[in-house]
Design a protein around this ligand. Structure first.
Ligand code: ADP
Ligand code: MG
Length: 208
């Protein structure tokens, strides 16, 4: 099977919620270093709400999963990351066509990342979640080009996101709260890039 069904998308958010819960304190500590120490709790609360909403109104399609998750994150996460993540998933939902192939997933994800960059006015290297998500999107596109299977493609995207998050350490933040620190933001991993890597790691575990 190389199409991704509704259950895959629900499983993606369930696994993301599990990983964020597991790493909540680490994410909050990263945010304590260069922000306001709320990223782990923000996202844990938001994803708990996402899972609750998906259980209360079970989605029939992958688009409904993304639309519901995006709307919940926008509404329920206090902090910049909620609307930013929400815009990724909402735009991805708008762009997705059934049945969802790897190529379709990749193209929709790319549109989600573009929406994020537009909303946050952030580019690669600004030390934000874009630094994990844009390389992941590129890795997916390359995997599609090379005819790689879904699982391997998602694993490559997860690796690219993890490397992208690590690569934020020596950068100076140019967007968000961390940018107020100027050069003092150097030497710390960006919390949003770290959580974005968890989203991509979650994706790699749900591939059929
Ligand atoms: P807040 O900064 O409002 O407390 P969070 O702590 O939940 O929100 O999220 C912080 C993360 O949001 C940052 O680590 C960064 O990755 C991301 N972020 C902040 N501003 C932007 C932006 N303009 N564009 C992209 N990502 C951003
Ligand atoms: Mg914060």
């Amino acid at each position: 099977m190389d199409t991704l069904d509704t259950a895959c998308f629900v499983a993606w958010f369930e696994e993301a919620a599990r990983l964020v819960r597991r790493d909540r304190d680490r994410l909050t500590e990263l945010d304590a270093a260069i922000g306001d120490a709320d990223h782990g709790t923000n996202l844990d609360r938001g994803l708990t709400e996402v899972i609750k909403a998906l259980a209360e109104s079970p989605p029939d399609t992958p688009v409904q999963v993304l639309t519901s998750a995006g709307a919940t994150l926008i509404r329920r996460v206090g902090g910049a990351s909620g609307p930013l993540y929400g815009s990724v998933f909402r735009q991805m939902g708008k762009a997705l066509r059934a049945p969802v192939t790897l190529a379709g997933f990749s193209a929709a994800f790319e549109e989600g990342v573009v929406a994020l960059e537009r909303l946050g006015k952030a580019a690669l290297g600004d030390k934000t979640m874009v630094d994990a998500l844009a390389p992941a999107s590129r890795a997916l596109a390359l995997a599609v080009r090379d005819g790689v299977g879904v699982r391997e493609a998602f694993e490559q995207a997860a690796r690219a996101a993890a490397e992208g998050a690590q690569a934020t350490i020596p950068l100076q933040a140019r967007k968000g709260r961390a940018s107020y620190l100027g050069e003092r933001s150097i030497g710390h991993e960006d919390p949003g890039a770290a959580s974005a890597a968890l989203f991509m790691a979650a994706l790699a575990t749900v591939a059929v």
